[in-house]
Design a protein around this ligand. Structure first.
Ligand code: AHR
Length: 309
């Protein structure tokens, strides 16, 4: 797991295929669609039998899916958890059934970390820190007050909580920089557009100078709303987001986004490798984080060409 670029899911083919039950949380964003495809492709390449259920943003549906995987006696269960809390009981059921668990993408908040083998996914706090640092640097010569609007992701989800905390930990260095508007928009483009329309109803002297959207889809919706209001995204309102989808990088190259913090959805091969290592009885690190970067306008056009999602 040391080298994410060179990790291949098809290194060894087990004689008896491993069955992996995967509870995916939904299909809210381009990131999620790419993540699902990455898991499906990596399973096919590595000869792992994948049983995937999509929970459409419902933790209850995730519990149902996990219980069905227990009944099927799958070898390994992977969970991309919609929210951080409420997982103890179901994870205890899986442990009692003797099935190892891999947490994928978002983290769970449980006291007993023996309930899962490993978490494979991004450092969301660090992503928020990167967005905050970009902003401090970009506005270092601009006197305050600076008003920031924030489009949060799904309430209670690890990326929304941790990106918000990481961002605040940095921008709090400037007392004249304030988050004046903040609301959840569920990581979707439609809600990003609708909530941003609401933010832009503020009196002229209260309008935001900056938008921090917790993902690209919400930022893309918000860009529409900013243009509808007769303002220029990227100039009148600086726009920062997280993920690095092709559409967002195109808008970055066009000057309508100012910075996009990378969050890598293509972690299917790492999940398959983890399943194989677990079945081979090997010990895995408790946390595996892909290397990630930040895209700015200067690098956007070059980044678009090789983008996979
Ligand atoms: O958990 C990862 C986040 O979930 C991505 O940033 C977002 O686009 C997705 O919906």
């Amino acid at each position: 797991f040391g080298d994410w670029q060179q990790t291949s899911a098809s290194e060894t083919k087990p004689e008896t295929p491993i069955t992996l039950g995967f509870s995916q949380l939904g299909k809210e964003s381009a990131w999620r669609v790419a993540n699902t495809a990455s898991v499906q492709e990596a399973a096919a390449e590595s000869g792992i039998r994948l049983v995937m259920k999509n929970a459409e943003q419902s933790q209850k549906k995730q519990f149902e899916a996990i219980r069905s995987f227990i009944a099927m006696k799958v070898d390994v269960i992977a969970i991309a958890p919609v929210v951080e809390s409420g997982w103890e009981e179901i994870l205890r059921e899986v442990k009692a059934a003797g099935i190892p668990v891999v947490i994928l993408d978002r983290s769970v908040n449980v006291k007993d970390t023996s309930l899962f083998v490993t978490t494979i996914g991004s450092n969301f706090y660090e992503e928020g820190v990167k967005a905050g640092k970009y902003l401090l640097d970009r506005l270092r010569h601009l006197p305050g007050p600076i008003r920031i609007a924030e489009l949060q992701g799904t309430s209670g989800s690890a990326p929304s909580i941790q990106r918000g905390e990481g961002f605040r930990s940095v921008v709090s260095a400037r007392a004249d920089m304030t988050i004046t508007q903040s609301a959840p928009a569920d990581f979707t483009e439609d809600k990003g557009r609708a909530i941003m329309r609401g933010f832009l109803q503020a009196p002229a002297d209260q309008l935001p100078h900056v938008l921090f959207a917790h993902n690209d889809d919400m930022a893309l919706g918000a860009i529409d709303a900013i243009e509808e209001a007769g303002l220029k995204p990227g100039e009148d309102i600086l726009v920062l987001s997280v993920d690095g989808s092709r559409r967002a990088l195109e808008q970055l190259a066009a000057g309508k986004l100012n910075a996009v913090v990378e969050c890598n959805p293509l972690i299917g091969p790492q999940l398959m490798q983890a399943a194989k290592e677990i079945m081979a009885g090997r010990t895995l690190p408790k946390r595996m984080v892909p290397p990630e970067d930040i895209f700015t306008q200067e690098r956007a056009a070059e980044a678009v060409s090789g983008r996979k999602f």
